[in-house]
Design a binder for this molecule. Structure first.
Ligand code: NAD
Length: 295
C-alpha cells in the first residue's frame, strides 16, 4: 500500500481514484467541487481540503484536470504540488494537455528533483470506472518504472511512449484520428438512414466489414447498437464535445509546430466548433450525428 494524492475527481478522475482505493492504496482526494470529494470518500478515499493537504505525505501524486492551464496552476502555484510535495514524491499527470505544457511542467518538476511522467489515457468514462484505461506514458525509463504499478491499478494497458511529452504526443495523434473517424461514422449512418437502410442492419454489416472502427463498435452514435455508448443516454456522461474540440486543437497546434497540413483534422475542427455553438459543450462528441442529420 502506498500513499497517493489524487487531484481532479471529475468524470474520469472519480472512477480512477476509486480504483486506486479499491486496490488497497491510501488515497487522499481533492477537487474544487466538494460534492466530488464526498463521492470519492464514499468510494473509499480520504477527503483533502486543499492541494497542499492532499500531497504533503504522498508517495505519488496523480492529477486528472481539464486543461494545461489547470495543470500548470495546480503544480506550480504557491499553494500547489511542487511547493508542498515530499522531495521523493513521484508525479503522474493523466490529463490531456499539449506536448509543450507537459514538457514544461515536467522540466520544472525535474529541476526541483522530482520524478514526473505525462500519462494521458484512452478509454472514456466507462473504462475509468471499470479500471480498463490505456495509459500512454512519457518519461525516462526510471520514471516509467516508478509510475507503472500505480497506473496498472487503473488500467488494462500501460505503454511507455518515449521521453517526457511522448505520452501527450501519442494521445493527441490518437484523438485526432478519433475525431475524424467519428464524423465519418456519423455521416455513414445518416446516409444509410436516407437510403432506407435499417441502422441495426448497417451496423451488423459495417462492424464486420472494412468500415469497422472504435467509433462504430464501442461508441456507435445511434442508440440500441452498443450497450455502453452515450447515444443510449441522449449523449450525456460521455466525452464532452468541448474536450474533444480541445484535443483536436492541441493536435492542430502540433501540426502547425511541425509544419504539416492535416486537411481532415482542420475540417473536423470546423464541424465540432459548429456543434458546440448549437449544442451543450458537455454533450458527448458522438452526438454530432444530430447536427449532421439536420443539415
Ligand atoms: P471533468 O471536467 O469532468 O473533471 C475535471 C475535474 O477537475 C473537475 O471535477 C474539476 O472541478 C476539477 N478541477 C479543476 N481545477 C481544479 C483544481 N485547481 N484543483 C482541483 N480540482 C480541479 O473532466 P474529465 O472528463 O474527467 O477529463 C479530465 C481530463 O481527462 C481532460 O484533460 C480530458 O481531456 C481527459 N480525458 C477525458 C476523457 C472522457 O471521456 N471524459 C477521456 C480521456 C481523457
Amino acid at each position: 500500500m502506498v500513499d497517493i494524492a489524487f487531484i481532479g475527481l471529475g468524470a474520469m478522475g472519480s472512477g480512477m481514484a476509486a480504483n486506486l482505493a479499491k486496490a488497497g492504496h491510501h488515497v487522499r482526494a481533492y477537487d474544487l467541487m466538494p460534492a466530488a470529494v464526498q463521492a470519492a470518500v464514499a468510494a473509499g478515499c480520504e477527503a483533502a481540503t486543499s492541494v497542499a493537504q492532499a500531497v504533503r505525505e504522498a508517495d505519488f501524486v496523480v492529477t486528472m484536470l481539464p486543461t494545461g492551464t489547470h495543470v500548470l496552476d495546480v503544480y506550480q502555484n504557491g499553494d500547489g504540488v511542487l511547493a508542498h510535495a515530499r522531495p521523493d514524491a513521484v508525479f503522474m499527470d493523466c490529463s490531456t494537455i499539449s506536448v509543450e505544457d507537459a514538457r514544461s511542467v515536467g522540466d520544472v518538476a525535474r529541476a526541483r528533483g522530482f520524478l514526473m511522467c505525462d500519462a494521458p489515457v484512452s478509454g472514456g468514462v466507462a473504462a475509468a470506472a471499470a479500471g480498463t484505461l490505456t495509459f500512454m506514458v512519457g518519461g525516462s525509463d526510471a520514471e516509467f518504472e516508478r509510475v507503472q504499478p500505480i497506473l496498472q491499478a487503473m488500467g488494462k494497458a500501460v505503454i511507455h511512449a518515449g521521453r517526457s511529452g511522448a505520452g501527450q504526443a501519442a494521445k493527441i495523434c490518437n484523438n485526432m484520428l478519433l475525431a475524424i473517424t467519428m464524423i465519418g461514422t456519423c455521416e455513414a449512418f445518416v446516409l444509410a438512414e436516407r437510403l432506407g437502410l435499417d441502422a441495426k442492419a448497417f451496423y451488423d454489416i459495417a462492424s464486420q466489414s472494412s468500415g469497422q472502427s472504435w467509433s462504430m463498435t464501442s461508441y456507435a452514435p445511434v442508440p440500441g447498437l452498443v450497450p455502453q455508448a452515450p447515444s443510449n443516454r441522449d449523449f450525456t456522461n460521455g466525452f464532452a464535445s468541448a474536450l474533444m474540440l480541445k484535443d483536436l486543437r492541441l493536435a492542430l497546434e502540433a501540426t502547425h509546430n511541425v509544419g504539416m497540413t492535416a486537411a481532415l483534422a482542420l475540417k473536423s475542427e470546423e464541424i465540432y466548433s459548429e456543434y458546440l455553438v448549437k449544442y451543450l459543450p458537455s454533450r458527448d462528441f458522438s452526438g454530432v450525428i444530430d447536427m449532421l442529420r439536420n443539415q
